[in-house]
Design a protein around this ligand. Structure first.
Ligand code: CO
Length: 498
C-alpha cells in the first residue's frame, strides 16, 4: 500500500495525523449563501465530467450564537457543484424548513433537536414539547424529476434543482401522510429484475415504538410507485440505513433500548435516550422484494452498532453484506460538546462482511478492514451485486480512531489497498464515485470529495482518479469559503442552470 503524502514513517510515533483545534473549525457555521463560477482550480477538470454533485449537511451549528448540541441537529444546507466543459459552478442554499424560517425570523432556538439541542428556558420550556424540527439535513437525491432533501424522521422537502429554492414538503404524490417518515438512505437498483432491467429507487420508512413497522417503497425512473409493502417487526428499531440485493431488502436492527421518559420530560433529546445493549444480538431482517413479499426472516448475530452499509450481494442461498460496525454506540453526552470529543476514547468504525445462510438461518462475520473508516461509495452499477472495488472515507493512520482525512480504495479481488491522505491539514467528507462515460472497468471513473482545508479555513472539491488513488488529484477546486462537514449527497448526470 502506498500513502501519498505525510507518510507515517516521517512522523514521530506519538504525533497525531490531525489536530483537534484544526478539525473542529470545520464545524463552524456557514450562514452565507453563494452563487459563483469557481476560478481557482489546480489541475484540469476532465471534459467528460459533466453533471452536478449535490451535497447535504448541517450548515448552521449555532442559532444566532447559541451552539446546537449535536451536528445532527444542524439546519440542512444543500450545495450544488456543477461541472461542464471543464468549468465548475458552486451554489448553496439552506432548506427553508418551517423551523429554519421561524428561527431566523425571531433570532433564537424555537425547536428541540433529536440529538439534545433544547430551547432556552430549561425544563418548563422543553417539557412535553414533542414537536421536532424537520431539519432536512441528511441526504439529497434527484429522482423522477424532483430534487428532494431527506431527513429520516419526517417527510422530504422538494427543491428546485436549478436554483435550490425550497418548494415545500413533498408527499410523494400522496404516498406519505403529514409527519410520515421517509428514510434518508435510498438505493438505486441499477437493473431491476421485476421491471425488465430498468433502474428503480428503493427506500423505506419506519414507525417505531414497542414494535415497529417497516414500509418498503420502490419507484420507477419517473418517480411513480411500483411496489409498496409493510412489515411488522418486534421491538424498537434504530435503523439509519439498509441495503438491497436483486431479491431482498436487508436491515440491521441494532441492539438498543429507547427510554422515552427523559425526552418527554424535556431533560434529554430523543437521541440521548437511546442506549446500546452490547450483550444483546443484532437482528438482521431480510425482507423479500418480490411479491407476495412473504417469508421475512430475522437472523441474529453479534455485530456492534451499524449506521451505514457499503453494499450487499447474493451468492446462491447466501447473502453477503458489507457494513461499517462500531464496538458500541457512543452515548450522546449532554454535558460535553461534540467538538471536544476524545477520538482515542471512542471505538473506530471498521468494515465487516456478514454472510447470511438463508437456508440454515445462520450468520458468519469476518472483519475486512480494521482501519477506521466511514462513508462508503462504489460503482452505481454494482449496487446489490458482487463488486470488486470499494472507496471509503478513512483515517490517515492504520490503527486507532481518528477523524477522516483520507480516501481508501479496496480491491476485494487482489486485496490491494490504496490510500490518498489529506493529512495533516485536510479533513474529508463522504466520497462519491462517478463512472467515466463508457467506462470499461469498474474503477474507471472519478472519486469526488469535499476536503476541509483547516489551514485556509476553506473547502476544496477534490477529483481523484478512481483507477489510481496514489496519483496526485486530477483537479482541486478551491472554493472561496468552507462548507461545514456534511453528511450525504449524490451525483446527477445533468447540469441545471438557474
Ligand atoms: Co447516513
Amino acid at each position: 500500500m502506498t500513502v501519498t503524502n505525510n507518510s507515517p514513517l516521517t512522523r514521530n510515533k506519538t504525533d497525531k495525523s490531525y489536530n483537534r483545534q484544526d478539525w473542529k473549525k470545520g464545524y463552524d457555521s456557514q450562514p452565507n449563501e453563494y452563487d459563483y463560477w469557481v476560478d481557482d482550480i489546480e489541475g484540469e477538470i476532465p471534459n467528460e465530467l459533466e453533471g452536478t454533485l449535490f451535497r447535504n449537511g448541517p450548515g448552521l451549528l449555532d442559532i444566532h450564537g447559541t451552539p446546537i448540541r449535536h451536528p445532527f441537529d444542524g439546519d440542512g444546507m444543500i450545495s450544488a457543484i456543477s461541472f461542464q466543459n471543464g468549468r465548475v459552478h458552486y451554489r448553496n442554499r439552506f432548506v427553508r424548513t418551517e423551523g429554519y424560517v421561524k428561527e431566523r425570523e425571531v433570532g433564537k432556538i424555537l425547536y428541540r433537536g433529536v440529538f439534545g439541542t433544547s430551547k432556552p428556558g430549561g425544563f418548563f420550556n422543553n417539557a412535553f414539547d414533542l414537536k421536532l424540527k424537520n431539519i432536512a439535513n441528511t441526504n439529497v437525491i434527484y429522482w423522477g424529476g424532483k430534487l428532494l432533501a431527506l431527513w429520516e424522521a419526517a417527510e422530504p422537502h422538494r427543491l428546485d434543482p436549478a436554483t435550490l429554492e425550497t418548494l415545500g414538503l413533498d408527499y410523494l404524490d400522496g404516498l406519505l401522510e403529514p409527519g410520515d417518515a421517509f428514510s434518508a438512505h435510498p438505493w438505486v437498483d441499477p437493473s431491476c429484475e421485476m421491471d425488465g432491467g430498468e433502474p428503480c429507487l428503493v427506500n423505506y420508512s419506519i414507525k417505531t415504538g414497542l414494535s415497529s413497522t417497516i414500509t418498503i417503497f420502490e419507484f420507477n425512473d419517473d418517480g411513480k410507485l411500483l411496489r409498496r409493502h409493510a412489515h411488522s417487526i418486534p421491538g424498537f428499531c434504530f435503523i439509519h440505513d439498509f441495503v438491497i440485493t436483486p431479491h431482498y431488502c436487508i436491515f440491521f436492527q441494532n441492539p438498543v433500548v429507547f427510554n422515552p421518559l427523559p425526552f418527554v420530560l424535556g431533560w434529554r433529546g430523543a437521541g440521548e435516550c437511546v442506549q446500546y445493549q452490547p450483550k444483546q444480538p443484532t437482528r438482521i431482517i431480510v425482507i423479500p422484494r418480490i411479491a407476495p413479499y412473504q417469508g421475512v426472516k430475522i437472523l441474529e448475530t453479534q455485530a456492534g452498532f451499524v449506521f451505514h452499509h457499503a453494499n450487499a450481494f447474493e451468492l446462491e442461498d447466501k447473502i453477503c453484506i458489507d457494513s461499517i460496525c462500531y464496538d458500541s454506540l457512543p452515548q450522546v453526552n449532554p454535558d460535553i460538546s461534540y467538538k471536544e470529543v476524545d477520538f482515542d476514547a471512542l471505538s473506530p468504525g471498521q468494515l465487516w462482511r456478514f454472510t447470511l445462510d438463508l437456508k440454515n438461518e445462520t450468520v458468519q462475520r469476518q472483519m475486512l478492514e480494521s482501519r477506521c473508516c466511514e462513508f462508503p461509495t462504489l460503482d452505481p452499477d454494482k449496487v446489490g451485486r458482487s463488486y470488486r472495488y470499494l472507496f471509503i472515507g478513512a483515517a490517515h493512520d492504520a490503527t486507532g480512531n481518528a477523524p477522516l482525512q483520507a480516501i481508501l480504495k479496496i480491491d476485494w479481488q487482489s486485496g490491494d489497498r490504496q490510500l490518498h491522505s489529506f493529512a495533516p491539514k485536510g479533513y474529508i467528507s463522504e466520497p462519491v464515485f462517478v463512472p467515466r462515460p463508457n467506462a470499461q472497468a469498474e474503477d474507471d471513473g472519478w472519486v469526488l470529495t469535499l476536503v476541509y482545508d483547516s489551514d485556509r479555513h476553506r473547502s476544496d472539491v477534490v477529483i481523484l482518479d478512481g483507477r489510481n488513488l496514489n496519483r496526485e488529484p486530477i483537479a482541486t477546486v478551491h472554493l472561496k469559503h468552507h462548507i461545514p462537514y456534511g453528511l450525504h449527497g449524490n451525483w446527477v448526470d445533468k447540469v441545471f442552470n438557474g
